[in-house]
Design a protein around this ligand. Structure first.
Ligand code: FMN
Length: 214
């Protein structure tokens, strides 16, 4: 079975593009943007989905998928409910990790850093770009709280639709987080499991770059 999987990996390995070092600069954001662009161009499913792990108030890691919505010079942005479980965890401990996996490209990216709320105007702009139904949903969903029934949620949607038939303001508890990285690891699948792992680590304001054993 193991060998069969290895064969599979090698056989469809048309994406092996040689040493990763040939494609990196002296900071991680250019490569991050390049890989994201390639994932979109190659039409991988959900190219901007990433798992965000927070340290929960119970001391356990909690992971869930969110969408990477923008990539700024400082790092990636995702939008959520600040009062959700993840919001509460971040409030107590802003140290988080994002994980992106593109199976078709045999690529994985791990981004470790701190989460900080983006400026309100930025959340406003993004919120207003969303369809009306999503905006109502952001108000209706008391994200992560226990819901007695589906009907309770639908009733709230109904009431909010009457309240905001056209214009929907951004809920104050909804907005973006910037993940400000201190370490980013790029993983590229290579033959015979001799994968590339290149790590960028922020040290006193500049990026140290090193390779890790696969
Ligand atoms: C493909 C996908 C994309 C998602 N995107 C988001 C997102 O951008 N923001 C968000 O708050 N939740 C998103 N979710 C839902 C989260 O995974 C999660 O259920 C929700 O944020 C509540 O998490 P929490 O209770 O740990 O705070 C997405 C889920 C999936 C499967």
């Amino acid at each position: 079975m193991e060998e069969f999987l290895d064969l599979l990996r090698n056989d469809h390995h048309s994406f092996d593009q040689g040493k990763l070092e040939d494609h990196i600069g002296n900071e991680p954001f250019t490569l991050l943007a390049k890989w994201l662009r390639e994932a979109i161009e190659k039409q991988v499913s959900e190219p901007n989905a990433m798992s965000i792990s927070t340290i929960g108030l119970d001391g356990f890691p909690h992971a869930r998928i969110v969408y990477l919505k923008e990539l700024l010079e400082d790092g990636p942005i995702f939008y959520t409910n600040y009062a959700s479980d993840k919001g509460k965890s971040i409030e107590a401990n802003p140290n988080i990790q994002a994980l992106i996996f593109w199976p078709g490209l045999e690529r994985q990216i791990r981004i470790m850093g701190t989460a900080e709320k983006v400026p309100e105007e930025m959340s406003d702009t993004y919120f207003q770009s969303r369809p009306w139904g999503s905006k109502i949903g952001a108000w209706a969903s008391h994200q992560s709280e226990v819901l007695a029934s589906r009907e309770e949620l639908e009733e709230r949607v109904h009431e909010l639709a009457l309240k905001y038939p056209v214009e929907v303001p951004r809920p104050p508890h909804w907005g973006g987080y910037l993940l400000r990285p201190i370490q980013i690891e790029f993983w590229q699948g290579r033959r015979s499991r001799l994968h590339d792992r290149i790590v960028f680590e922020l040290e006193e304001g500049s990026w140290k770059i090193y390779r890790k054993n696969p």
